[in-house]
Design a binder for this molecule. Structure first.
Ligand code: NAD
Length: 300
């Protein structure tokens, strides 16, 4: 196999089922020692049990791989510290982190209570940041790290009933955007996955016939690229049903309207030009946009 994880140690959060389980199995199949984290709660984030993670560890061991289970919540500081300690005690390093744990509390925004917002943002956005913060110094010290955050088309594009989830999911992509810059000098690469799969999270949102086409197994091969030795950094990989695409935030070329007699009417008049995406470009970092503004405003 060209893409091998021999000697590598990976943590996959929320790996007791669905996509995380498939990522964990594929990493193990390719030689990684895997820490299978899962709180083992329900889709809405209630409850918990260590069984889910344990079962996946058994699957990995049955195919001759090495794995340990961890039942911490990604939202719990002490639990996250313990997850990292257990990984270091068992395997001595952490090369790969796949932030995959997630829950749903779907409601149209008018009916969404603050607690539904808080718990979803806490698991997806704060949970991703907590586990990443805990492994970051270890990866820096090793001068090697591969991190994936899990976003969603709901965050990139929107979805009815998912204001909490969508905000958190675009949030993790924004988180990646800064980490891809900060990780550069220490060989830490950070990418985003936007998957589509038929799992317990989506089974009530999709028709039953989607199950065969949207197996989570069809997403994991793309994730292997994002955590491989030659991984890109700062990419958003969209994956499902055997289809792979990349998403990007781009900015239209824009227009300089002058500064002396600038007015809302002038902006309105130029609206078609402002929103003309025919020469749109992505930026690697925010400062590049400021640079473009300076250039345009000084007539270059
Ligand atoms: P899933 O419910 O099967 O898996 C999520 C796992 O995360 C569960 O096993 C759950 O126990 C675990 N988990 C939840 N809260 C946790 C916590 N606080 N700490 C540790 N573990 C926790 O759903 P899935 O579809 O496999 O989702 C995996 C990831 O992919 C999620 O982040 C989800 O938002 C994202 N995603 C899925 C789809 C899809 O189509 N299935 C689409 C876009 C994004």
């Amino acid at each position: 196999m060209t893409i091998s994880f021999d000697g590598k140690v990976a943590i996959v959060t929320g790996a007791g089922g669905g996509l995380g389980r498939c990522h964990a199995l594929e990493l193990a199949r390719r030689g990684a020692k895997v820490v299978v984290n899962d709180l083992g709660g329900s889709v809405d984030g209630s409850g918990g049990s260590s069984e889910a993670a344990g079962k996946v560890v058994e699957e990995i061991k049955a195919m001759g791989g090495e794995a340990i289970a961890n039942g911490s919540s990604v939202t719990d500081d002490a639990g996250v510290a313990n997850l990292v300690k257990e990984t270091m005690d068992a395997f001595g390093r952490i090369d790969i982190l796949i932030n995959n744990a997630g829950i749903l509390r779907d409601k149209s925004f008018g009916k969404m209570e603050q607690k539904d917002w808080d718990i979803v943002v806490d698991v997806h956005l704060n949970g991703t940041a907590k586990v990443t913060r805990a492994v970051w110094p270890i990866m820096k010290e090793q001068q090697y790290g591969r991190i994936v955050v899990t976003a969603s088309s709901s965050g990139l594009y929107g979805n009815f009933g998912q204001a909490n989830y969508g905000a958190a999911k675009l949030g993790v992509a924004g988180f990646m955007n800064t980490l891809k810059i900060e990780g550069q000098k220490d060989n830490i690469k950070v990418n985003t996955l936007a998957p589509v799969a038929f799992t317990r999270m989506t089974e009530n949102l999709m028709p039953p016939e989607a199950e065969a086409m949207l197996k989570p197994e069809f997403v994991s091969p793309g994730v292997m690229i994002l955590v491989s030795e030659d991984a890109p950094t700062g990419n958003i990989l969209c994956a499902g049903a055997g289809v792979f695409a990349a998403a990007q935030i781009v900015e239209s070329d824009g227009v300089y309207l002058g500064r002396d007699d600038l007015s809302a009417e002038k902006v309105l008049e130029a609206w078609d030009q402002i929103t003309d995406f025919s020469n749109a470009k992505p930026f690697f970092m925010g400062g590049e946009q400021t640079g473009k503004f300076f250039e345009k405003a000084s007539g270059k």
